[in-house]
Design a protein around this ligand. Sequence first.
Ligand SMILES: [Zn+2]
Ligand SMILES: [Zn+2]
Length: 291
Amino acid sequence: MDTSPFLSQKIGHYSITAISDGRMKASLGLLSGIDLTEAGKIQEKSGVTAPDDIHIYCYLIRGQGRVILVDSGMGGLNYAGGEFKKNLFSEGVNPDDIDSVLLTHGHPDHIGGLLNEHGQPAYRNAELFMSRDEAAFWQDENKLKLMGERIQMTGSLVRRTLEAYGPVLRFTDEAEISEGIKAVSLPGHTPGHTGFLINSCDESLLIWGDLVHYPHIQSARPEVSISFDCDPAQAEKTRKTILEQAARQNLRVAGMHFGEPGFAYVSGSPERGYFLTSCSEQQNLVRGITV
Ligand SMILES: [Zn+2]
Ligand SMILES: [Zn+2]
């Protein structure tokens, strides 16, 4: 019997588990293109209990002899998150079991868990995958200087991390990750923001990183952006394209800030906006099977 407290989905030969790193404090006031009252109403209607907080997930992919982690959470930096390691152990997985870490982008709530307290790789047997554009962005110190202190601090964390993993750093655009798993460019939130598409035995799942931060609000109103978006117009364009595609193809999706659903289907249209249905609900309703 499966006693894991975490949600999993089976995609062909792979099993994907959403493992929590905890929460980070945020504010609906970081959103633009929507007023606070309306944003609050959407959260309430969706049953979100802490409407301002942003929940952090990492995704563990197991199958075909591989143990792959997608993002590493905040790792307790800035007093946020930090629950991932404990939760990974409770899932019966040791950090040394991880053979690859795939990064959606370089923000601290995604790479914060990659170094241990001595500044060494926390995943000692893993190769680290990031898009070339993303690595180049965070390595351009002169450009980051013009973009404010927060971005500069993140840049310094990214550079320390990439340096620590130096010999095992791979670029997602060049290397095959695993059979049926490929990187998908989803630019806007950051220049090299990347999703990972898993295809196996005619089943698919797209892990879309930070396409949304408040999933209910930004699927209902895809034009709403958050102050963390490097290029809000490009982020909006990417979000609209992917939501439309996911709804049309009935594609299963997962996102680092999904909170409770963990995995979802997207319904709706460009005219009416979109909404997310948790996979277990839709499978019970539509397919008559429970994962
Ligand atoms: Zn981000
Ligand atoms: Zn994030």
